[in-house]
Structures are given as C-alpha cells and as structure tokens.
Design a binder for this molecule. Sequence first.
Ligand code: ZN
Length: 177
Amino acid sequence: MKVLPRTEFGDPILRKRAKAVSRAYLKSAAFKKLVKEMIYTMRRVHGVGLAAPQIGQSLQLAVIETRPSEFRPKLKKKGPIVVVNPKILSYGKEEAKDWEGCLSFEGVRGRVPRPREITVAYTNEKGEKIVEKAKGLWARIFQHEIDHLNGLTYVDRMEDTKSLMTLGEFEKRVLKK
Ligand code: ZN
C-alpha cells in the first residue's frame, strides 16, 4: 500500500467546507479502499488523525487513532475509528490548552485552547450512526479533524500565535521540561 500524497497549508482545499459523504459512496469499494489508505498513511506518518482534505479529497471523512509510538510512548491504544459526516452536538464548559501539530504543516507546534469535552455525532464505516462523548486528547483530535472538514486549521484556533514554534525548539523547550 502506498502513503497518500498530502496537501499542505496554503492549498485552497484546506480552506473549503468538505462535501458530505453519500450513502452510496459509503457502501462503495472506492470508499473502503480510501479509508484503508488513509489509516495506513496516518500510521506511516505518525499521525493521530487524518482528514480527507489533507489527502486532497474534499469529503466529510476523517480517521482517528492513538497508540504508543517512538514519538509518543505514553499514548494509549484507541481506534482506529472512521468518522463520516460528523457534527459536534455540544461542548463542555471547561477549556484546556495543549500543544498541537498538523500533518499539513509539518515541523511546527502551537498551543491551542479547546473545550475539554465534546459530544459528537457521526456515521462510521459500516453506516451506523454514533453519538460519542469524548474528552481529553481524544476530544482534541476530534475537534482538530472536524475543523479540517470545515476549512479551519489549528492556527485559526490559537489565542496567541507567539507560542508557535519549530519542532526543534518544541523538543528542546517543551518535551524536555
Ligand atoms: Zn491537521
């Protein structure tokens, strides 16, 4: 399987609202193949989420998975899940600030405030409707990926762009602390 080529910040596809996935497409072999390739790509590039616009497809589709890796040894294994036509139903009141990066903007990290908990509705790869309450990192990834489906990036969510730093500085100043 090949790692899918990715779009980067500046590509207009990352600024568009992605199109809804139809029932017919969800049942197609093309959809199954795309989902497989997206999960494979996410793993190969050490991501915890990947949205379809990031691989050049303007579709309301994302994959999410956390698992321990060389880069994040403490992460718990969760997923992968396939998120189709998602909608955030409600946000918790409490907010958390944490570091984010993006596979479409490599080598950069920034601190992003987001609600700590969300309730999200989506369709999975089997066509089942799911309503899920997510919190912590899992909720953060959901929000980051759903933003991609609405033409937004994490930089748009930052309160203070002064925290933006290169991966080298991030490793030196944040990870080693
Ligand atoms: Zn991203």
